[in-house]
Design a binder for this molecule. Structure first.
Ligand code: 5GP
Ligand code: ZN
Length: 115
């Protein structure tokens, strides 16, 4: 369930120290090391899932729970009403750096228009 050359798995295993701002049985959340906004948090399943098209191989993975965690953190960070963006990058064209599924929660200031 872990990949030994994956930075997020190394954080789960304690090989890279990182402060968890949230933790449950299936997810944890950390602040992005290279934030693109005042609030930039990564919500990460503890199981190593490379890509979205593989989630059917992981029955314990629950999208609803991942988004519920993001909303809970958005509330704690006081950006629920001011606004935020939820992003999942996938593969090369998106600029995905870490091939372990994760949800970006970005907010706290006006974000660049992407649409
Ligand atoms: P991706 O581009 O894969 O969607 O996003 C990966 C994110 O993980 C990037 O925004 C990058 O800054 C962040 N990141 C990479 N390594 C680390 C790390 O060791 N600690 C933390 N907190 N964030 C990381
Ligand atoms: Zn991993």
């Amino acid at each position: 369930m872990v990949s030994y050359d994956c930075v997020f798995c190394k954080i789960i295993l304690g090989e890279i120290l990182s402060e968890f701002i949230y933790e449950s049985e299936l997810f944890f959340a950390i602040r992005d090391i290279n934030p693109i906004a005042l609030t930039h948090i990564l919500i990460i399943p503890k199981i190593h899932i490379n890509y979205l098209e593989l989630i059917h191989e992981f029955p314990s993975f629950d999208f609803n729970e991942m988004y519920a965690v993001a909303l809970e953190i958005a509330s704690k960070e006081n950006i629920l009403n001011s606004g935020y963006r939820l992003v999942i990058n996938q593969k090369e064209d998106s600029g995905q750096e870490v091939e372990h599924l994760h949800l970006h929660l970005i907010g706290g200031n006006k974000l660049k228009d992407i649409g």
